[in-house]
Design a protein around this ligand. Structure first.
Ligand code: ADP
Ligand code: MG
Ligand code: MG
Length: 890
């Protein structure tokens, strides 16, 4: 017989798949002797069974639950439904991966018209008993009977207004009794049934509702966002209640063992006196910082701080802990590994190593490379002219500028129109998630650092400011006021989630810097990794950035961007328009010194690190004006004066544009095909490179050039191009007298090159897999057309697992890379190989590059830190499987 139910003392922390994260950790904490209210967990397998038999709890599972209930009753010495001594429980959801607030929980289950009286007598606190009952009716109605909480809230609001109260604590026992009568009427009206009085019926309905909540909309969105599989299901934990709402010596709270925004090793959290469960996270009342508890309840605080330390040591990571104090006694209700910003993740990982709690390898594996992007974002320039509009809590770091919106749907719509927006709400709920995803930042006027908005924003790595109570938000008028200032929907504001500041308008930003801990972690990564990391950089500024971030060379220097400069484009056009070789040579000789200067700048920055320079790649028509625009100009000129010089020039340009027109530019006259037909262009570039090298050497700047021929498909192309480079180099050498060490290689970016890599390697000193084009040519997709027209649909309908332009298609494109490397190294065992597509900066693709034995990845400068970390993780993971041969140097 399958065991579907585990008492807390039967499970442990390792059984997450079966008991869910929450259930497993409650069992673990019970095992190590912490004050956890007793209970049991119904497994995720029971959830699968529930769905398998058509959303029903089987007789077997029902029996096991009732058995566990008896054990719980025995252990607590209370009985579910006993009017004299009632057991009350919470019914809590708990998936394998924590999904805070995404699924449903019911508190105070077991309350009915009889037990409420018993509880009132037993506790000598009728107000508490009726408050608990009405909370139960409201929560149960929301989660199980699907009645909108709005009706209940409205009912309380009416009562408050009628009695002239400011807030709930002023409500008396009699008031709550009255509310309960009205609540039951709401249930009757909306659920078309009486509120269930039988506690066992309540229990089974609640368990089913928790299973059902696995498929509610916000849980589905959350799973998609966090790539959590759909088929895992949730466990359900039934736990005896403790009460934080029994008076001024009770309370409830949430705390992190370290600061989840900055990583600082200091307890960080919030609590509310005389409150229950969701009150803290819901952001309805702004809670007290945890440090205040030290003054208010010194003994409880001591015990709590000690427990936090113990849990952190036990789990060897920062914990996110939920607790309740009932009449001066502390209870721990949940612990989990805390979600954190990238900044905090890095600091915590590094400090845990320094504290001797974890190894360097563990530290490296704990930081998600994708998170690093957050740290490489720009920040508000402190020296810029700005006036603070308001200040809230710095809930999630990062700076953003955008249009103010007050509604998640509007945020999503504007973001789809490529607008940058900032979502401003009194507080957020799980139903606002899509709006938070669409926004650059979220601002709330209520709620603390552990409110829903704060937790979700930190998880997404987006800026967030919470509890900004100087904002008076009017959702109907779509505006907020700060003093006299009114900010309307569509107005621009700038927010800084690291300081909590809000500014009117757009504010200047500055470039990011790496923190000490970040540098430390990356140095550890460098010790571990065997894969080299280079950057794609076309100019000295990018090259400098790349070096700052730790690149070991340039893996792709595109030369066409150097042609696009406004002062150069007329000369480039002159070169293209040339009818004869001599005419073209004149234009090229003007371009040569300009190119030479570009290369000198880059060599100087790179100071002896390798620089892979790719010769001209795009088709020539990319340097000419657009045909439509030319036609318009010509028509206008004809109307003015049918015979002007300008008109003649434009007509000539148009002829050239027509002549160069291609049906399929992606597959047209580009790459080395240009060099084959117009060798003089490549000769000019090669000469510029070698002159630049000679000049650098004269200045004692070391240079390590690698000349790369694009788009080779047949070995003969490379053979010709190689000869061209060698001849040009000899010519320059005769002029300058400098002997230069250099290599010639090719981009592998069409399938034929990969398939005949053994032949091509005869002529190549290195291969660089250009996976942007290789993906286009392998799938036969033109990227711009695919992304605009059908790729999204392909991904949504799961025809493709993901966008192959973002994550390397390992099965297809990857197979070509593997083949290319293998065949190439058959010919030349020391053939150097790298990747220079956008995939070079994506963690899964980097893992693959490591596995197939590439020597390096090359990515945009801002992705270099990510690549260093991902490369180290790949090495560590491979080492966990087997001990691998070290690779040749980058
Ligand atoms: P979530 O997964 O959304 O965090 P939980 O199951 O943790 O939901 O429940 C939410 C809150 O309800 C908890 O933080 C806690 O304050 C309260 N709660 C849950 N179970 C109990 C209990 N047995 N006694 C008292 N409060 C509880
Ligand atoms: Mg919780
Ligand atoms: Mg290409």
């Amino acid at each position: 017989m399958t065991k579907f139910v585990y008492m807390f003392n039967e499970g442990n922390g390792k059984k997450k798949e079966l008991l869910g994260g929450k259930g497993a950790n409650l069992a673990e904490m019970t095992k190590i002797g912490l004050p956890v209210p007793y209970g049991f967990t119904v497994t995720t397998e029971a959830c699968h069974d529930y769905y398998k038999i058509g959303k029903a709890i089987s007789v077997d599972i029902e029996f096991q639950i009732l058995e566990a209930l008896s054990s719980l009753e025995e252990a607590t010495d209370k009985t579910l439904g006993d009017p004299l001594n009632p057991l009350l429980v919470s019914v809590r959801s708990g998936a394998v991966h924590s999904m805070p607030g995404m699924m449903d929980t019911v508190l105070n289950l077991g309350m009915n018209d009889e037990t409420v009286e018993g509880l009132a007598e037993l506790t000598l606190n009728p107000r508490f008993a009726y408050d608990s009952y009405r909370r139960f009716i409201q929560m149960f109605s929301d989660v199980v009977l699907k009645i909108d909480s709005f009706y209940f809230e409205q009912c309380v609001e009416e009562m408050r207004a009628a009695k002239g109260y400011q807030s709930d604590p002023e409500m008396t026992a009699a008031d709550w009794q009255e509310i309960i009568i009205r609540y039951k009427e709401i249930v009757k009206k909306h659920a078309k049934r009486l509120f269930p009085q039988d506690p066992k019926e309540q229990l089974f309905l609640a368990i089913s509702a928790v299973f059902d909540s696995w498929h509610n909309q916000r849980a589905i969105v959350y799973r998609r966002l966090n790539q959590i599989p759909e088929n895992l299901g949730t466990a359900v934990t039934i736990q005896s209640m403790v009460f934080g709402n029994m008076g001024p010596d009770s309370g409830t709270g949430v705390a992190f063992t370290r600061n989840p925004a900055t990583g600082e090793a200091k307890l960080y959290g919030e609590y509310l006196i005389n409150a229950q469960g969701e009150d803290v996270v819901a952001g309805i009342r702004t809670p007290q910082p945890i440090a205040t508890l030290q003054k208010e309840m010194p003994d409880v605080y001591e015990q709590f701080a000690h427990t936090c330390e113990l849990l952190e040591k036990h789990y060897r990571d920062m914990q996110d802990i939920e607790f309740t104090v009932e009449r001066g006694s502390l209870y721990i209700l949940q612990t989990r590994t805390g979600k954190r910003t990238a900044e905090a993740a890095i600091r915590i990982a590094v400090e845990l190593v320094e504290e001797g709690m974890i190894t360097k390898e563990e530290a490296l594996l704990r930081v998600d490379p994708d998170q690093l992007n957050q740290l490489l974002h720009r920040r508000i320039d402190d020296t810029s002219d700005k006036q603070q509009l308001a200040k809230g809590l710095p809930a999630s770091p990062g700076a953003a500028t955008g249009l103010v919106v007050f509604d998640a749907d509007v945020a999503e719509r504007l973001a789809n129109d490529h607008q940058s927006v900032i979502l401003v709400r009194p507080e957020t709920t799980p139903d606002d998630i899509h709006g938070m995803i669409a926004s650059q930042a979220t601002v709330t006027s209520r709620g603390g650092m552990t409110s829903h908005a704060a937790v979700v924003a930190r998880g997404m790595g987006k800026a967030c400011i919470c509890g900004c109570d100087s904002l008076t938000i009017d959702l109907i008028q779509k505006q907020f006021k700060v003093g006299e200032t009114v900010v309307r929907e569509g107005d621009i504001i700038t927010v800084d989630g690291s300081t909590g500041e809000i500014f009117l308008g757009e504010i200047a930003m500055i470039e990011p810097k790496l923190s000490e801990e970040f540098r430390q972690l990356l140095l550890w990564a460098d010790e571990k990794r065997t894969l080299g990391v280079r950057a794609n950089a076309d100019n000295p500024t990018d090259a400098k950035k790349a070096m700052e971030f730790g690149a070991e060379g340039i893996g792709l220097c595109r030369t066409e961007h150097m042609f696009m400069d406004a002062t150069r484009i007329p000369i480039v056009q002159e070169m293209i328009m040339a009818e004869t070789f001599d005419e073209r040579s004149i234009a090229l000789s003007k371009l040569l010194p300009m190119q030479q200067e570009d290369f000198e700048g880059i060599f100087e920055v790179m100071n002896g690190n390798p620089v892979t320079i790719r010769l001209l790649d795009p088709p020539l028509h990319e340097f000419l004006p657009d045909k439509e625009e030319l036609l318009i100009d010509i028509t206008k000129l004809r109307m003015k004066d049918g015979d002007s010089e300008e008109l003649k020039e434009k007509e000539q340009l148009l002829r050239k544009v027509r002549q160069l027109h291609e049906f399929n530019p992606m597959l047209g006259h580009r790459g080395c095909r240009l060099g084959m037909i117009f060798p003089e262009i490549y000769v000019m570039q090669v000469k510029a490179i070698f002159h630049a090298i000679a000049r650098s050497m004269e200045k004692d700047i070391p240079v390590k050039p690698e000349i790369m021929i694009p788009l080779v498909g047949h070995v003969n192309e490379l053979k010709h191009m190689r000869q061209l480079v060698v001849d040009a180099e000899l010519e320059v050498m005769e002029e300058t007298g400098q002997v230069v060490d250099y290599v010639i290689g090719t981009m592998v970016e069409v399938p034929r090159a990969a398939l005949t890599a053994d032949e091509i390697a005869e002529e190549a000193d290195f291969f660089s897999f250009g996976t942007n084009d290789l993906t286009q040519t392998t799938f036969g997709y033109s990227r711009d057309d695919a992304e605009g027209k059908f790729l999204q649909a392909y991904i949504e309908t799961k025809v493709l697992p993901n966008n192959p332009f973002a994550t390397l298609d390992v099965d297809g494109v990857g197979k070509l890379i593997e083949t290319g490397v293998k065949l190439g190294r058959n010919t030349k065992p020391n053939l150097k190989t790298g990747i220079c597509g956008e995939h070079g900066g994506e963690k899964k693709s980097i893992q693959f590059c490591h596995e197939v034995g590439l020597d390096y990845v090359s990515c945009s400068p801002y992705r270099v830190p990510l690549a260093r970390l991902a490369a180290a993780q790949a090495t560590i993971r491979a080492g966990q499987k087997e001990t691998k041969q070290p690779q040749t140097q980058c």
